[in-house]
Design a protein around this ligand. Structure first.
Ligand code: BES
Ligand code: ZN
Ligand code: ZN
Length: 485
């Protein structure tokens, strides 16, 4: 593991070259390194399978796999294998020359640089903030410096570094445990990140939220000694290119979800520090959006609370008058995410009148049952926005799958003693109930999308580029989405 990744050139850097699987001869584009490549190709263990690596004095040869099979995800995987080998053999300066073998039609030099750096930086990260004296896997305190003779490749590398740093930042905060990361800590952390990349950050405090009637946030957060808040981050682009569009992102930021009085059962609570991962996706995306100077105006809202049990906590049977005037009968205090998101959405619609509003949340266990960890659940009330989100999803590799939201679903949420309840008496269509509930807090004329990431925002075991823990899912999707306006 390296301390960090840097882009820069060095004379003594090892050249990283690629060859396709089962290629016996040195491709003409690599003739400059012919002797080294020939020698490496002759090693019996090397077949050019994707991610396979052999090294000589000056050259590192990496297998690209079968021609026709290589895509962005494949390139990221190669980045992951690369950084692990570099760490093992103790190399810390390289020059990327994969573009000498990979035709433009497969991937541009820009894309190669971007994907390789992304893969390297994501694979290099782990939760090391809490390493104590007993930790044996110590970090090599070296920086990895990556250069390339191709200008386009370097420009792609810069983008990949910005994006993956934002992903890793989102993962770092997501992994911070609830005894440290509570709503006041989160507000401070958001301010720090905002300052580092030039975003504006405002906090609506608990007292202010009470005064404004943000009663979803107030009620969900009331049971904790650490009071809730609403964090607002603003990206206002400069320059001539800026678009008229205004995108609003809302991320569920529950720093811990015990379920409240509808307490989670034994094993169901473990891992609920990740119930803030919608907010973390938004936070990471805002960092990337600022550092990439995206020409769209973007405002982020993180309704932030800890769902706890105490004599001040809200309870089943409470009836809450929400920010937009809708009354809610609490039937289950564990359906808290939709209550805080409702405030974020209603506040965003009223004060920002955005071109589009997108919320992202670890909202339901039901979406994990329905879709597993292959993709996020997705709802959208507007064809244009739906296409935009689906395009960004395809582009980023963070997949979404649309589920229905009909008037029948909305009616299912109507309650006996208030306008709606936060959870219907029957368990059917749980993820859709969440979306249907939220729809009562979005102005009908504002394009709105809801993304349920309960299945994808963390992994229990190491998987691909990701170590066990938070994935930063959504940072790429939301950044690409902002760029699409
Ligand atoms: N934070 C949970 C959803 C969740 C579950 C995320 C598992 C990640 C993994 C959410 O607040 C919740 O408890 N949802 C309930 C909703 C129900 C009470 C209507 C659920 O999914 O069971
Ligand atoms: Zn819950
Ligand atoms: Zn929750």
């Amino acid at each position: 593991m390296f301390k960090s990744l840097k882009i820069g050139s060095s004379r003594s850097a090892t050249v990283v070259l690629g060859v396709w699987q089962d290629s016996k001869r040195v491709p003409p584009s690599l003739s400059k390194w012919k002797t080294d490549v020939l020698e490496l190709l002759s090693q019996k263990t090397f077949s050019g399978k994707r991610g396979q690596i052999v090294v000589s004095n000056k050259v590192l040869l990496v297998g690209l796999g079968k021609r026709g099979d290589l895509n962005n995800a494949g390139l990221q995987g190669i980045g992951g294998s690369l950084i692990k080998t570099l760490d093992q053999i103790g190399l810390h300066t390289i020059d990327l020359c994969l573009q000498a073998t990979i035709p433009r039609g497969v991937a541009s030099s820009q894309k190669i640089g971007e994907s390789i750096i992304e893969g390297m930086n994501i694979a290099n990260w782990r939760v090391d903030m809490f390493d104590g004296v007993a930790t044996t896997t110590k970090r090599v305190l070296k920086t990895l410096t990556v250069g390339s003779p191709s200008k386009e490749c370097v420009s792609g590398m810069k983008r990949g570094l910005i994006m993956s740093n934002a992903i890793n930042d989102a993962r770092r905060v997501a992994a911070t445990p609830p005894n440290i990361c509570n709503p006041p800590w989160m507000a401070k952390e958001a301010k720090k990140i905002a300052k580092s990349c030039g975003l504006k950050c405002k906090i609506i405090t608990f007292a202010k939220a009470q005064e404004l009637g943000l009663n979803g946030i107030v009620n969900v957060g009331m049971g904790s000694a650490e009071k809730p808040c609403m964090i607002i981050l603003e990206h206002t682009p400069g320059g001539k290119k800026k678009s008229k569009e205004h995108l609003c992102l809302v991320g569920k930021t529950i720093t811990y979800d015990t379920g409240g009085y509808s307490l989670k059962i034994s094993n169901g609570m473990k891992g609920m520090k990740y119930d803030k991962n919608g907010g973390m996706a938004v936070l990471g995306a805002m960092e990337a959006i600022a550092n990439l100077n995206v020409p769209t105006r973007v405002t982020a809202i993180l309704p932030c609370a800890e769902n706890m049990v105490s004599s001040n906590a809200y309870r089943p049977d409470d009836i809450i008058k929400m920010y937009n005037g809708v009354s809610v009968e609490v039937t289950n205090t564990d359906a808290e995410g939709r209550l805080v998101l409702a405030d974020g959405l209603a506040w965003g619609c009223k004060h920002l009148k955005p071109t589009a509003i997108v919320d992202i949340a670890t909202l339901t266990g039901g979406v994990v049952v329905a879709l597993g960890s292959f993709c996020a659940g997705f709802w959208c009330n507007d064809t244009k926005l739906r296409k935009r989100v689906e395009k960004s999803a395809a582009h980023s590799g963070e997949r979404v799958w649309q589920l229905p939201l009909w008037e029948d679903h909305r009616n299912y949420m109507r309650a006996k003693h208030a306008d709606i309840h936060n959870s219907a008496p029957a368990r059917g269509a749980h993820p859709i109930q969440g979306a249907a509930f939220l729809s009562f807090f979005v102005d009908e004329d504002i394009p709105w999308a809801h993304i349920d990431i309960a299945g994808v925002s963390s992994v229990e075991r190491d998987r691909g580029l990701f170590c066990a823990g938070p994935t930063g899912w959504g940072v790429r999707l939301l950044t690409n989405l902002a760029e699409s306006f």
